[in-house]
Design a protein around this ligand. Sequence first.
Ligand code: PHE
Length: 455
Amino acid sequence: METTKAVKARDSFTTGIGVIAATLGSAVGLGNIWKFPALAGLNGGAAFIIIYLLSTLMAGLPVMIAELMIGRRSRSDALTTFRVLHPKNETWSLIGAAGVLAAFLILAFYTEVAGWVFAYIFKAASGSVLSTDPQVTSAAFVKLISDPVQSIFWQCFVLIFVGAIIVAGVSKGIEKTTKRLMPVLFLILVMIGVRSLMLPGAAQGLDFLFRPDFSKVTGAVVLTAMGLAFFKLSVGMGTMITYGSYFREDQNIPLTALRVMLADLTVSILAGIAIFPAVFTYGFKPEAGPSLLFITIPAVFSQMPFGNLFVVLFFVLGAIASTGAMLSIMEVPVAYLHQRFAFTRFKATALTVVLLALIGSTAALSNSVLADFKVFGLTMFDLYDFVTSNVLMPVGGLFICIFVGWVWGEEKVRAALSNDGALQNSAMISVFFFIVKYVAPLTIIVILLRGLKII
Ligand code: PHE
């Protein structure tokens, strides 16, 4: 059979650990250390975290299971999956097309932030961005982001770095890299967390992180929390469909997704524990937003003994986290081009990287040459960020739920998630199916319409 040949010829993850490393590597990223603490800080600490958690349970996690499941069934990229599973109606593959678009838009700004992170490893090591005075660290950050040459340089550096790993393939590139990096990431994070907890402001920091203040919660905040839930688990745009297509047949998908979700949440909380005690100890404001990572962290950490070392470690952590995530985003268009047009991986990756350098430059120049170029009042950088997390990913997730719950149907879902009867998880599948069919779509629709002020 032709499909069997195609399956055999396809590269895929080789071990159970490799599957977890790659999938967790995708989930863990700048979302945990750049977005999560900043957004929690801005939107009421624990109140935001609670809404984020509820969105994860009611929408993010179910969509993740759904994506991995259809990806593995079709053994195809994000677009072709829908054609393979439902050949009668081509329209469904628009979900995959929107996913490929989202992948480009996310990478356009993500590679820029990752570029700053990579740059900061060198700058922190040489001491040029370190100071106990936030005015100085702020000036250093502004100098970097408002310099068009440096901005473009670091973005291209990151694109080529990630592209080089992608070219090596799914098992030899993505799986091998993430398997090595994930343990290092946990180790560094725990080290910084422990160090931070020894500071005098630890109690205050934890209090902020764990005591909810609901006065800041609005419709827009709820949408931001749900957007973060999608962004964090890399769902709603085809990444998990693509990775699912590399999963082993005997992998327990719901259990894997649950483990990845819990590990990812642990990383976010640990990042909060690493950051907030230090912020309170040295009298900084927790609501510094996105600048927390680049302005507050260097200033805060510089004050503590061996602080400089911890700043460098912090950015190494960021670089590791962002690499696993970027690999998974770039794999979406690369897998598509490879399967659909039979491009070699090299050609597919090269094309993707060049396109990304072009689109990405509009985000990279958002703080310099293109600072005044705004759409809906947002710079290109902010626009790509907003549109992907708050529109494309939730809408993508919504249609994936509708496809799985209402089109593909319960019988196929049962077969796929029980590994064709090998797993005894029928009660769990019932819960999953109910959520995917009713709870998740309703939740997404209501939050989207409220958040975008349509109702
Ligand atoms: N989950 C990644 C993070 O938190 C970002 C990401 C989004 C990765 C979409 C893949 C797809 O940084």
